[in-house]
Design a protein around this ligand. Sequence first.
Ligand code: PEP
Ligand code: MG
Length: 600
Amino acid sequence: MSLMFSGIGVSRGLAIGEIHVLRRDGLDVEARTLEKKELAEEVRRLKKALKTARTQLRATKDSIPKDAPSDVSAFIDSHLLMLDDKALSQTPIDIIKAEQLNAEAALKQQQQALVSVFEAMDDTYIATRVDDVNQVIALILQALSGGADPFTDPEAWKGRIVVADDLTPADTIIMQNHGVAGFVTEQGGQLSHTAILARSLGIPAVVGLHSVRKYLRNGETVTLNGNSGLLVAEPTDEHLVDIKLRQKEARKAARELSSLIDKDSVTLDGTPLQLWANIEMDDDVKALKRVNAAGVGLYRTEFLYMNRTSAPSEQDHYKEYTKILRTLKGAPLTIRTVDLGADKLTDSQSNAGPLAHNPAMGLRGIRLALADLSLFVPQLRAILRTSAKGPVRLLIPMLTNLAELAQVKALIEEVKVALDEEGLAYDPDIPIGGMIEIPAAAIAVRAFANELDFLSIGTNDLIQYTLAIDRIDDQVHYLYDPIHPAMLQLIEMIIKAGKEANIPVTLCGEMAGDPTYVRVLLGLGLTEFSMPPKLLLAVKQELIQSKISRLRPLAQRLIQAADADAQQHLLGLMNKPAEKTAGKASRKAKNKPRQRKNKF
Ligand code: PEP
Ligand code: MG
């Protein structure tokens, strides 16, 4: 009989392969009290392990293929930086000496201290840095145990489904290089670095399968579904045939999708659509160009503040923004100002005060930016200066009230005056938009719409705050419901307010990239969608085969849906294949004379 394990699918795709279970030795450690005369030797042992870990990381960095995204080596650099940080290179030594403990126990003690600091941080992205701390410490423990690095034989992974406690981004990229079919981790969330990379590399992946390694044997065949999050062990012949068939269909569908690249983004009843890309790093712009996106609807700038020991300077920002703008060749770039939580990247910030009890509701997004102008003003100056070079829009995250917006606008005016005095150019009419992602801002959206040039709906946070579910807590993932009537009403209110104020409204949360929900959004009146470039063509396929006149009444019925069955029924009607004539679309596209490959 088959065994099924259900986790969180973080990277879509289906895989069949033999399991390769990774177990890192040396993670369970025993605390030993040492005699005073043993302490010097213990410190030497730890220093040697740190050196070994450093050498291993450098070797990993050297083996990264040249065409890998540049952030991969940046991730390894951040691990190297962590190794050199006093928190790992000195504090455990102090603990050995002060508490007469063995090196492993001292490291574990420091790990617990660091993890609790990171976990209490205010930003979901930074909270995922816990993974990095754990991974770096695992590497040192590995070296202390004298055991071989389990990642030195990647050949063993070819065509396999790797199952591990956790994986580093570097492991992920090397695994892809060696043809891994997919991977599963016991730890990790939707926003971990590894999950982000798996998505951008297209490796099917499932995370959060707690203790799964207990039930799996090396070499046994399993199937992995990165869409549903399901791992099936001891699959039946029927199940294997079914998965193979679906893999074949998926390959065919991907080929058909590429025929949509040059097609106009317009619905069957003639409404033009704007399909934007979400980007996080300059490398993402290449993917955006491949699918002919309208431009960047959301540039998350948090990566600029990561993997470094101090906040980025105005020049760091400016260099990155102008580089991206140049590559966009005239398409608009929407730069979101920093959306960090309680920032711990510089010493002054890490000593800034007590940690929030409820970080998601603490000093994050625009609240933090306004509380720490040294973080914010260099970014504002760089965004304004970039606006002199091409179409740039400025987007403010996490707005709660109009006073915050007034403060940001006043600050922008001050920056403009300063730039005038310095003779530096900027676009005086740079559009200023606001993320509507807090229920209070959604309910009071008319007032915001009157003060802004565009609105952007952040459904990731709007869902988190409206449904009261932490977006990175897999225990409440079952409550995640983007079409909850409350969500649909809020989204509709925001779209209407934008129309009344005659300003554009984009939706840039994950929902805009999910083909299951995009017709619902279209039915609610949305025409601008921003999503990861990899998802753009699948979304386009749904939207250009839709009639708004048919979806509008169905969306109203969905808002009134009494229960989950009614919801699913209506969703089925909205997504009904009658409008999904992808075959026709691709045939038409084939007959059409070939246009420019993309508009950049
Ligand atoms: C959102 O909240 O929907 C959003 C797009 O922003 P982020 O995921 O970066 O918080
Ligand atoms: Mg958000």
